[in-house]
Design a protein around this ligand. Structure first.
Ligand code: ZN
Ligand code: FE
Ligand code: FE
Ligand code: ZN
Length: 269
């Protein structure tokens, strides 16, 4: 299997050496991995409530270390990034990403305005607002992310559920709409197993969204969102079982930002 969503300690909320992540992936018999650490927000002109990304001067070291690991890893090590989609900062993002030797870019929404809604420290805010409106705004922002053309993969598509706060009214129409937009703009969706570690206790995205993804033929890739070496390949057995049960038979990999589909069976040891 492949793990395309691996962080490094540069983001200040992950730990372990990059080589330790590679060793863990080898122990778990992964076929391919990709680092996708948090892209420096200062390059997007956005200051978060708490620093959760590497600094811009750490980018070159990040790519250098990936290049070094390619010499020792027994499988391909891809160079990815998890980049925040900040509405209105598309031009800065495009300029900052230009010239980087990337295999793929994961686009994620972690902020709504000033609020880092995925950070446990600020999760209380869910109690002070209309959760339905948060979902509406979140999925609208993901649509804008897709339309920006900056990204290959949408990160943790329904991460707005992370702390298990749900609207009191159905939100399936939002999900259907966002999936149609992802299809239209050619994005890939990751099955991100970190949701199983979060209060939501459900992968990102959940089963009903994955059904839309399958029905629309949106490509799927796989990631653990590991912030420590042990979490590489986290619950991948369950993830593969879930994909097969849903009738999703292929997994996307990326090289130099071009996508290739593989039969899941060929990626299992
Ligand atoms: Zn993180
Ligand atoms: Fe994320
Ligand atoms: Fe992540
Ligand atoms: Zn993430």
């Amino acid at each position: 299997m492949i793990d395309y969503h691996i962080h490094t300690k540069r983001c200040r909320h992950a730990r372990g050496e990059m080589a330790e992540y590679v060793v863990e992936a080898e122990m778990k018999k992964l076929a391919e991995i990709g680092f996708a650490d948090h892209f420096p927000l200062d390059l997007l002109g956005y200051t978060p409530q708490e620093q959760v990304t590497m600094e811009s001067n750490e980018l070159s070291g990040y790519f250098r270390e990936i290049a070094e690991l390619r010499h020792i890893a027994p499988f391909p090590v891809r160079a990815g990034l998890e980049v925040d989609y900040i509405p209105g900062r598309e031009k800065q993002a495009a300029a900052a990403l230009a010239g980087l030797e990337l295999d793929y870019v994961i686009g994620s929404v972690h902020f709504l305005g000033d609020w880092d809604f995925t950070h446990p420290r600020f999760a209380d805010h869910y109690h002070k607002i209309d959760v339905g409106e948060v979902y509406e705004r979140y999925f609208q922002t993901v649509e804008d992310l897709a339309k920006s053309g900056l990204f290959d993969i949408v990160g943790h598509l329904d991460v707005v559920k992370k702390f298990a706060h749900y609207p009191s009214v159905p939100w399936d129409h939002l999900v259907e709409k966002v999936c149609r937009t992802l299809k239209k703009y050619g994005l890939c969706v990751e099955l991100n197993t970190a949701g199983w570690r979060a209060p939501a206790r459900e992968a990102y995205p959940g089963v009903s969204i994955l059904e839309h993804v399958r029905d629309l033929g949106i490509p799927v890739t796989l990631g653990s969102d590991a912030h420590c070496p042990e979490d590489v390949g986290y619950k991948f057995r369950e993830a593969v079982y879930l994909l097969k049960k849903l009738g999703i038979k292929e997994i996307a990999t990326f090289s130099k930002r071009s996508m290739k589909m593989h039969s899941i069976n060929n990626l299992i040891e």
